[in-house]
Design a protein around this ligand. Structure first.
Ligand SMILES: Nc1nc2c(c(=O)[nH]1)N=C([C@H](O)[C@@H](O)CO)CN2
Length: 119
């Protein structure tokens, strides 16, 4: 299956388990793989024949900005649900990273791969 990638998308969200995380938004990074047959747009050269990655990136950015989850797991699921509701994608992988939170780790992240029927 062909794939569209969105890598290192920076978003802001109010997120975290602890009281000290509930005052200000934090920087999160999103990596997305959209599994999609790209044969048609490859020949038509028409954005209307494909998943518009700019629109997907904006949808995910909006979910982050407009939510207040405790766990990155919950925000990741909300992002996936929004993409499936808004775009005709059958399968996707989404990795959500919280890179600034643990001083002794480069990154923490969750990664989900979901098919439309799973949501
Ligand atoms: N599996 C998870 N563990 C933790 C999360 C999370 O979102 N998923 N979050 C926290 C805190 O909010 C963390 O970012 C700061 O310690 C802790 N563990």
């Amino acid at each position: 299956m062909d794939k569209i990638y969105i890598e290192g998308l920076e978003v802001q969200s109010l997120i975290g388990v602890y009281d000290w995380e509930r005052d200000a938004t934090q920087r999160l990074l999103v990596d997305i793989v959209l599994f999609s047959d790209l044969q048609k747009p490859a020949y038509s050269d028409d954005v209307d024949d494909t998943l518009n990655y700019a629109e997907v990136a904006q949808a995910v950015t909006d979910v982050a900005a407009n939510s207040q989850f405790a766990l990155i797991e919950a925000l990741a699921q909300a992002m996936i649900s929004q993409v499936f509701s808004q775009f005709p994608v059958q399968k996707m992988t989404l990795k959500l990273s919280k890179p600034d939170i643990l001083p002794t780790a480069q990154n923490v992240a969750v990664e989900f791969t979901r098919e439309r029927k799973d949501t």
